[in-house]
Design a protein around this ligand. Sequence first.
Ligand SMILES: *[C@@H]1O[C@H](CO)[C@@H](O)[C@H](O)[C@H]1NC(C)=O
Ligand SMILES: *[C@@H]1O[C@H](CO)[C@@H](O)[C@H](O)[C@H]1NC(C)=O
Ligand SMILES: *[C@@H]1O[C@H](CO)[C@@H](O)[C@H](O)[C@H]1NC(C)=O
Ligand SMILES: *[C@@H]1O[C@H](CO)[C@@H](O)[C@H](O)[C@H]1NC(C)=O
Length: 452
Amino acid sequence: MNALANGNLLLIGWVNLFSYYLTFKFFNCLLIQNEYEYGKLITEGKTKKVYEVLNDPTLCLLQSKDCITAGDGEKSHDLKGKAAISTATTAKVFQLLNEAGIKTAFVKVINDTAFVAQKCQMVPIEWVTRRLATGSFLKKHQGVPEGYRFNPPLGETYLKDDANHDPQWSKEQIISAGFILNDLLIGKVEFDIMQHTALAVFEILEKAWATKDCTLIDMKIEFGINVSHEIVVADIIDSDSWRLWPSGDKRLMKDKQVYRNLTTVTQDDLDIIKRNFEWVADQLDYLLLPTSGLVVILMGSQSDEKHCKEIATYAKSLGLKAQLRVCSAHKSTQEILHILAEYEGISKKVVLIAVAGRSNGLGPVLSGNTSLPVINCPPFKPETISQDLWSSINVPSGIGCTTVAYPESAALAAAQIHALHNHMVWARLRVKQLMNYIALKQVDAKLKDLIL
Ligand SMILES: *[C@@H]1O[C@H](CO)[C@@H](O)[C@H](O)[C@H]1NC(C)=O
Ligand SMILES: *[C@@H]1O[C@H](CO)[C@@H](O)[C@H](O)[C@H]1NC(C)=O
Ligand SMILES: *[C@@H]1O[C@H](CO)[C@@H](O)[C@H](O)[C@H]1NC(C)=O
Ligand SMILES: *[C@@H]1O[C@H](CO)[C@@H](O)[C@H](O)[C@H]1NC(C)=O
């Protein structure tokens, strides 16, 4: 009787478990299916297909193809595995750009060969940015030596028009074409925004590749207008989008130029090209590593906590880690040296920010005892600012701390120091400049048309 009861209980247990399992499966299926459903083909290019996402009309699916082409499609080969390498490359590049704050269409990877992006109407222009003169530039500008350096990088625009071999277009031609995409007219302001963004994208990737001793020679990107009428970097960015020379040596090139250059293409050639592309996709992992820049904000007393937290918030928005400490040059001098020793003894790169009101001994004492950079950011009170300022800036000889008046300035100054060794912090600063520029442009355009 007992055994039977136990058996029944066991059975009920299993049935329960099974029904949990079924319920789980059921909801899981719903979730997976509800996430994205793919609809009809929107467009097919030489190397990719774009599909609708049925359950979200603001998105689309980009499916890469195992195909490599050159010369407006005149040369074309199957290259097994290329779709996956291209998707991985694009996804990592866009993740890096998103992380930096650039507005892109990239949303997420679906599988090895497909990703979801914001659905855009594409601006039919290729935005080329060049740091060093090579390739077609040399043919068009006889007398310029290969490797001529453009400071700032040179921006060029080409109409996407295979039949006419993508003719170069001027700013005036693009504005005069009057493209209207997702209800946005591409005028002067929109041109300027895209040109400045293309330059920032190039510089961000150039800095990132430089950390792997690779020279980004030139690159092309495209823009789309998403359904909220916003300009975003769209399409794909892979080894077909740039020239990349390890150690700045053309013979070591890792981009599609190797393929363009071939008159006959053997399987061995294709294998080399594929290995190059794989190498690029793998290296991008190192460019995406989390940053380790640290800002230590030392306050003279807890009453400055709010001011310090403000600095920390700005610092975090620039990709830095922030830590708060309390110590006083006047009241806990020994402790300051212990804290300093802590930060001098770690392998992280550290910038110190000293926050002390009235007589600021903290910053100068720290600075006199370390070679780490020290930035004073005293919480000035308007009524005593002129007296208090002097204790931060009128320091004894041999002391090199700097002084700023606002929490945002302190974080920016610290970020600029970190940006010298950290390409992601550099990228955040670069995008901040870009966004300041874009915001001014847009507000100016809006106010200009206001009828008062
Ligand atoms: C369009 O782009 C802007 C800027 O990145 C973004 O804020 C907005 O959410 C995007 N719209 C859609 C529907 O994805
Ligand atoms: C990736 O996902 C797309 C869309 O669901 C599908 O068509 C394609 O076959 C998938 N590819 C692979 C390699 O799984
Ligand atoms: C590309 O081709 C040109 C002319 O055929 C040759 O001079 C050059 O060395 C080639 N470059 C590479 C990287 O193969
Ligand atoms: C910092 O202070 C300690 C203790 O006074 C001293 O030993 C050390 O040499 C000082 N370091 C510098 C860089 O002045």
